[in-house]
Design a protein around this ligand. Sequence first.
Ligand code: UDP
Ligand code: MN
Length: 458
Amino acid sequence: MYECKSQTFNYRKLPTTSVIIAFYNEAMSTLLRTIHSVLEMSPSVLLKEIILVDDFSDKVYLKTQLETYISSLERVRLIRTNKREGLVRARLIGATYAIGDVLTFLDCHCECVTGWLEPLLERIAENETAIVCPVIDTIDWNTFEFYMQTGEPMIGGFDWRLTFQWHAVPEQERQRRKSRIDPIRSPTMAGGLFAVSKKYFEYLGTYDTGMEVWGGENLELSFRVWQCGGSLEIHPCSHVGHVFPKKAPYARPNFLQNTARAAEVWMDSYKEHFYNRNPPARKEKYGDISERIILRDRLHCKSFDWYLKNVFPDLHVPEDRPGWHGAIRSEGISSECLDYNAPDHNPTGAHLSLFGCHGQGGNQFFEYTENKEIRFNSVTELCAEVPERQTYIGMKHCPKDGTIIATNLVWEFRQDGTIFHPHSGFCVTSYRTPEGRGDVHMAPCQPSDKNQFWKFER
Ligand code: UDP
Ligand code: MN
């Protein structure tokens, strides 16, 4: 954005920073790209140091070869953990060595661009309780080309499985900002790229050290900073590229457990929506959270209800009425449940199909609402419909909360177990394809046809 380029900064008025980069088995090239871009793109009066934290990698090139390389660089320190800590504790170990006023966390496969640092530090100088994220640009996983985003950045949210989701800046937030280069309030952060005052981070309880390996820590910190009186923002003038790999160089076995910790500590009764959509998460042994609960009390943090109403009012809150959510099992083909099929799997766009009931929530979790919609609420809110003159069940974006619902989206779960669609006059019907696979379509309602009987799983 051209307005960003014309900004000037008085370096003497800005806080200094320590950049903390934890890594586990990262490729040498991407790690060095990150380090060099920080050194070259940060004004030296503002950059105290780069603290690399090797989280017990086992790659040989990350031993002496890396050490030798680093030794010729000024202001770069390398710390190694004594055991695999996971990204939360690895970052915190790095933070204990930091001498800058602000902690700036980065992943180990980033590229900082000119002017990336100053807006973050200036915003923290202005408001010490703000956690500020850069705009995250994409570095292509195959070509390692840098794709700079132009225009308005996306902000962070989540769906009720508690997976992170990007979305557009809401109208209300657009109105609130006075210029295109004001920081944008964001309900959540994507992950490891942010700056925070060291003092404020400590006040806020740093990270939840009970979290292992990867995942969930981004939502936990996001909920915490908002609920406990701070804010989370994305600065449109700060850009950092990030490699989004197709597959991480390590397994991520614990993230449901981490997410359960976040839900247990911060979400009050709203955590049920998460568990409903992730039945296996109910069985996770998430460990001792008593210290985090004490922290929440000590800081007099607000409720999750407050967070939803004030920070993320556009998020649709599921009803999850007892008996009216979960997997919908066919009586005709009794091993199978209705299953959401993403658009890339079908030429006609997203639609419903049948798949073996797996009890894992996910693509088999549906909700029947007071308004008689059949909703699928992962990623975005989708509502079941029957496109005109078609017999398949499509999934399209639900109307915004409080607006009129098209008759095409209305369904009736009738006493006899049929799911009737008044607009088409047809019933949801299971059948077998010529190949013997179970599938579902709309067909005229027949009295006592088992293929038209359905039940929400307990
Ligand atoms: N990381 C770490 N220890 C771990 C897992 C991850 O130090 O056990 C580091 C990883 O090398 C990276 C950062 O934490 O610098 C975030 O992980 P990753 O990039 O895999 O997460 P993503 O960006 O895919 O969400
Ligand atoms: Mn990453």
